[in-house]
Design a protein around this ligand. Structure first.
Ligand SMILES: [Cu+2]
Length: 325
């Protein structure tokens, strides 16, 4: 009993308190800096995470997410090694020996407090440390004048997309609708307005480190900016059929694993060429067809956000022949 206490109590008492204080101080200093003390790798090649995640083609915030991932991975690896190391040490140190007597203990208050406060302090530090990244992803909003706006309707087990068309207004005769294929221009901010027709889904762009639940009754705006075209990615991989994926990251029913879409990143000219029907590889339609699911279920009151970027950038020669008959 005494031996057990002195190993646990004495050893840990000597190191745990200063270690906890250090962790807190380091955390506070780091967090105060808004994380600026740690250089964030510049796109397009973040490095370090290539083996742990899909290629990152996102804006600065998606590289910040990778950085956070690495910090958390180091923290949890440290905790794993420490706890499993201690477990092995105690297994050996207090192994059964002839004549040995088992100690009966109800625990140790000081230890309980330490191993509650230290992880608590680390979690609190993480909450502060990640805040600016959270703000960039979840709170920051691009001006619709700066980039594309796409309405996204999730449904068991499909993704429906709607573009405002050359007039920049949704729910009009020149809207463009696609199923499971989201086409965007490269190096352009894209605002997605997320809704669901039925249950909870989660709109996940792994290559952009963007993940957001779609919630019945709510329209949730998120944004991203792809910095590599699909064509470039195909060339690099030597795979002509390669596509960036859109996954549903919420277990949404029996067909959940089939709920897969594709993100097609075009050059800016390529994007408008596609919109002009140059790319007809997937089903899509135009206009106000009342049978289309998105037209039917997207509430008219949720069309307040217009897309002046699309209106202003749509090439005049293409505009002249719009809407298609
Ligand atoms: Cu789903």
């Amino acid at each position: 009993m005494e031996g057990f206490r002195s190993v646990l109590g004495g050893g840990l008492r000597r190191f745990a308190a200063p270690a906890a204080a250090l962790a807190l101080l380091a955390g506070a200093a780091w967090a105060q800096d808004g994380g600026a003390a740690i250089p964030v790798p510049e796109p397009p090649h973040a490095g370090g995470l290539s083996a742990l995640g899909p290629e990152n083609i996102g804006p600065q915030y998606s590289h910040d997410v990778d950085h956070l991932y690495r910090v958390i991975l180091w923290l949890t690896t440290g905790a794993f090694v420490l706890t499993q190391g201690l477990l092995l040490f105690f297994l050996f140190r207090f192994r059964a020996r002839p004549g040995g007597v088992a100690a009966w203990t109800h625990g140790n208050h000081r230890l309980e407090i330490i191993w509650t406060l230290v992880p608590g302090a680390i979690l609190f530090w993480l909450a502060l440390f990640q805040f600016s990244t959270w703000k960039d992803i979840k709170i920051a909003r691009p001006d619709p004048k700066e980039g594309l706006v796409v309405q996204v309707m999730a449904k068991q087990f499909e993704w429906h997309f709607r573009y405002a068309g050359p007039d920049g207004k949704f729910d009009t005769d020149d809207d463009l609708l696609t199923l499971n294929y989201l086409h965007v221009p490269v190096d352009t901010k894209v605002t997605v307005q997320l809704r669901t027709q039925d249950v909870l889904h989660s709109f996940f762009l792994p290559n952009l480190r963007l993940k957001q639940d779609t919630v019945p009754g709510l329209t949730i705006n998120q944004w991203f900016e792809a910095r590599k075209t699909t064509e470039q990615a195909r060339k690099e991989r030597g795979i002509e059929s390669f596509n960036f994926e859109i996954a549903c990251a919420e277990l949404c029913g029996l067909g959940h694993t089939r709920m897969k879409g594709y993100l097609v990143v075009h050059s800016k000219e390529g994007f408008f060429a596609w919109a002009d029907k140059a790319y007809l590889e997937e089903p899509h339609e135009y206009g106000k067809n009342p049978d289309n699911l998105l037209n039917r279920f997207w509430p008219a009151t949720e069309n307040k956000l217009e897309d002046p970027w699309l209106r202003d950038n749509w090439p005049a020669d293409l505009k002249a022949k719009w809407p298609p008959k």
